[in-house]
Design a protein around this ligand. Structure first.
Ligand code: SAM
Length: 405
């Protein structure tokens, strides 16, 4: 499994992508729709997937912001990014209830990315959904897109850990929108999947074997000891004060022979070909987010160095893989290009959602200054001239079969 994963995650140094020739046609490309929240429909009129939800109506194809307007110099996109939902989550009682969410990508171009419209009911009806605010819906959107980025990167695997094919108990700590937990529940009907989070941003309608709980992962866990076949912890950097305490809890509640799966990324951006000026706003954005997180005592800097902590608390058979994920569809390799396109898409709402509070509340920046920096960073992230990537660290490890506690 590990060899398989490594083979598929091995990084091919990307090369700049030759821009596609302009295609004839209308000056503005049609928008593409990524319905992100069909599974978030709690009840009532939004239960049934209308065909218009899956096939964008012409009115929904209008880009809503100037950022989505391609300049005349931009290329005509040949890309279709479509997320299909065959059905919505139904009441958790009958036999076939859950949508097969599927992302379909034929080809990527940055112009098409600029025209992706994410169809989110949270955006349209914030007062009637579980979204607390527009900001929260931005976070949710970024998290869901990032989840799909990981699926592409990991060849549709949800975990690298070589778990039993029929796991019984799975825990997703800091589950966010619950998208990983829901996908795991669909893939492993034998399992009960529990997602915990401080924020109630999970959808109401989920597979019957998936449950969400409001829980603070930094407090002592209340689950039975030696219980879970798999504990998944993804992207909690910036939220956790002491990894050792967190992983000790995971160890206690993992069953002997069970696995922990961890994914964290470095809050930094890199380039191997000199296309990332060290003083540019994009670099500054990452540096300042990292500095702000340090000030809160919940830093990102450990992401690359978690293996010793995982082993210290008792896990064995520990593995660590670092994956470079391009930001933007600039890589020559098809998969890397796709990963980069999705990662870039996640930043469209992610930069602001994750940056604004840290910049204004922790670093004391004015809203205008913070907004300007985020906007400039976003613009540079979209630049075809910058070939940049982030470093993501994937770990998995096992609780010894003969563990006593
Ligand atoms: C960046 S998101 C990652 C969400 C999810 N793991 C994913 O990969 O899509 C971090 C999540 O951790 C949650 N979180 C932060 N601190 C937490 C804590 N102490 N206990 C539980 N959840 C926490 C946040 O509310 C947020 O939903």
């Amino acid at each position: 499994m590990y060899a398989y994963a490594v083979k598929h995650l091995l990084y091919t140094p990307p090369e700049p992508v030759p821009l596609p020739p302009s295609l004839p046609g209308p000056s503005r490309p049609p928008a593409v729709v990524v319905p992100s929240s069909s599974r978030q429909q709690p009840s009532g009129s939004r239960q049934e997937p209308s065909s218009s939800r899956q096939e964008p109506s012409s009115s929904r194809q209008e880009p809503s912001s100037s950022r989505q307007q391609p300049s005349s110099s931009r290329q005509q996109p040949s890309t279709i990014i479509r997320k299909r939902s065959s059905s919505l989550f139904n009441q958790p009682s009958s036999s076939k209830q859950y949508p097969q969410r599927e992302l379909e990508i034929d080809e990527m171009s940055i112009t098409a990315l600029a025209n992706i419209e994410v169809d989110s009911s949270c955006d349209k009806e914030p007062a009637e959904t579980e979204c607390d605010s527009m900001e929260q819906s931005w976070v949710s959107r970024a998290l869901d897109i990032l989840h799909h980025t990981y699926l592409v990167m990991m060849d549709d695997e949800l975990t690298l850990a070589p778990i039993d094919p029929n796991p019984r108990k799975i825990l997703d700590v800091g589950t966010g929108t619950g998208i990983w937990a829901i996908d795991m529940g669909e893939r492993y009907p034998s399992a009960e999947v529990i997602g915990t989070d401080l924020s109630p941003i999970q959808p109401s309608w989920v597979p019957p074997n998936v449950h969400f709980q409001i829980d603070d992962a930094e407090s002592e866990w209340t689950f039975p000891k030696n219980y879970f076949d798999l504990i998944h912890i993804r992207h909690l950097s910036g939220a956790i004060k002491d990894w050792e305490i967190l992983y000790t809890e995971a160890y206690k509640h993992c069953k002997p022979g069970g696995w922990i799966d961890i994914a964290e990324y470095e809050m930094d951006i890199f380039s191997d070909d000199g296309t990332l000026p060290p003083d540019c706003e994009l670099k500054k954005f990452y540096t300042l987010v990292s500095q702000a997180a340090d000030i809160t005592g919940r830093e990102f800097n450990s992401s690359a160095n978690l293996l010793p902590v995982i082993e210290k608390v008792g896990f064995v058979n520990a593995h660590h893989t670092m994956v470079r994920m391009p930001l933007g569809p600039w890589a020559a390799d098809k998969k890397q290009k796709e990963v980069g396109a999705y990662l870039l898409l996640s930043t469209e709402t992610g930069f602001e959602a994750f940056g604004i509070k840290l910049f204004t509340q922790v670093l004391g920046m004015g809203t205008e200054e913070a907004g300007a920096l985020i906007g400039a960073a976003q613009k540079q992230a979209n630049s075809k001239k910058m070939h940049v990537y982030g470093k993501h660290h994937l770990y998995y490890a096992q609780k010894p079969l003969d563990a006593q506690s």
